[in-house]
Design a protein around this ligand. Structure first.
Ligand SMILES: [Zn+2]
Length: 117
């Protein structure tokens, strides 16, 4: 929970701070502790991850990165781009169209999915 939520000023951008806590826990196995952000960064050995956490934990919620900026951060981007590649290979097999409004190429006219028979 980000520190400003204690004052009842919850904003959707505060989730970014909380995501930092989850990421910190995954990377270090330690419980995040509000108010000790700078000390906790010392436990993160990866420099890219440390930089990302530092920005997620920015004291000013409006200075924390937006989702789009987070995804393109070099630490996450190395994983995001890998997952993107492998899911695009499986797109037609895993997505499901329930419309059954197919054109002559078996492509749905409503959701644009290519539907196998
Ligand atoms: Zn469809």
């Amino acid at each position: 929970m980000p520190p400003e939520v204690k004052n009842g000023n919850y904003r959707i951008g505060d989730e970014v701070y909380s995501l930092g806590g989850i990421l910190y826990n995954m990377l270090t196995g330690r419980e995040p502790d509000v108010g000790r952000e700078k000390q906790q960064l010392g436990y993160v050995s990866d420099g890219l991850a440390r930089g990302l956490l530092d920005s997620l934990w920015n004291k000013e919620p409006e200075n924390r990165p937006a989702l789009q900026a987070m995804k393109s951060h070099p630490f996450l981007n190395q994983y995001v781009s890998k997952v993107r590649q492998s899911s695009s290979r499986h797109t037609s097999a895993t997505r499901e169209c329930k419309h059954r409004t197919l054109d002559e190429n078996r492509k749905c006219t409503r959701c644009n999915e290519k539907v196998a028979r």
